[in-house]
Write a new protein. Sequence first.
Lengths: 169, 257
Amino acid sequence: MRRTHEAEYEDFVRGHRAELLATARHLTGDHHLAEDLVQTMLTKLYLAWPRARQTNTGGYARRVLVNCFVDHRRRPWVRREQSAVTMPAHATSPAPDAGDAIDPELSGALLELPPRMRAAVVLRHVEDLSVEETARALGCSTGNVKSQTARGLDKLRDLLATTPERNHR
Amino acid sequence: MTDLHDRLAALRVTSAPTDEPTLAADLRRGRRAAARRRSVRIATTSAFALGIGGVTTAVVVTGSHSDAPAGGVRLVDYTGAQQPGFTVDEIPAGYVLQGVQAGTLDVALPGDTSSLDDFRDKIVVTVEQASPPPASGPQWSYRERVRVSRHHGGTLHYRCPNGSTGVIRVTGQRLIHDPCPGSSTTSAPDTVGTTIDVDGSAGTISRNGEGATYFRYTSGDVRVVIQVWPTFGLTDAQLREFADGITVTPDAQLSHG
């Protein structure tokens, strides 16, 4: 990569990595997986920088991130739960997951949404992107974004309405 | 239910700047991935060439790489030693960096022992000052674009577009101009081609009467001129790609052309 391009890439990473990591944590609900996705995304962005720098770089990066997230979910070997014969010798300290300290109930409900619906809700209502920006990041139409977010919000309301009841059991 | 919108908005995390070790690690991963991709491309190209080599004993291959015009050259990643003042990412296949002299980088065939001032059958990258300093004293204008290669006392030897040498002598306030041997001082004007973006700035491709291609663009605070000998057959897209892979480093000298 040309030196000037690399300097631009550095500036971009310096300024946007934290917010992209936060988006990834909202999408995955897992700090470590989010870090993995962001690293993968940034490597792809480095390789595509001559092209990415000529467009809306932030939108390009979010699109790559969402694709990494969806691709990860599609991998057949990805297991959502891991079983072990014995208990771990030492308790692991939980990583700080996005939103846990702020609203763990809502963060948990978000994880119940299907991946693309979750991505639409997170980009549109957590990251406050416009419908058009969200559509570009997801690679779909604005109508699709509107329907996905509307259904996602409905589902979140249902989940949140039942959460206190579940907590009291 | 605006409450849900507010709760979602409250999840937004205020962006914090990335620390330098994390940034360095991201850069390392990117560079490694780029190196891997380069290696794969080279290996694929070599394997492809070997395969074709075996087949062409019986079959004449008439197809060509999509990036290369028929009879033209193909750009490949450059992995050899860099020259002072420049870094080069891509180079026409089979060519090497011949050397650097006074802000001029020559790309030539291996074993080319011609002078660095001789531009025949080469690609020459020249770095010039983007905006010339205000001149003082008498002003000279030239009827044809020349490139000064040496300055000995009051005589300027310059390289003509056709590869021959012309002379300008300055004696007192007189200018004596011996034009390029075999060329007319009223040579055909440059033909301006397309304007192409390079490194965020507009570059212009033009061709002179002899068919040499000139690609001029600004990179930072310097002006870069790439001169391609007519026999090369580089397309405009390839020329842009070649230019995109050139970085003028801070230690580059400015040419006095």
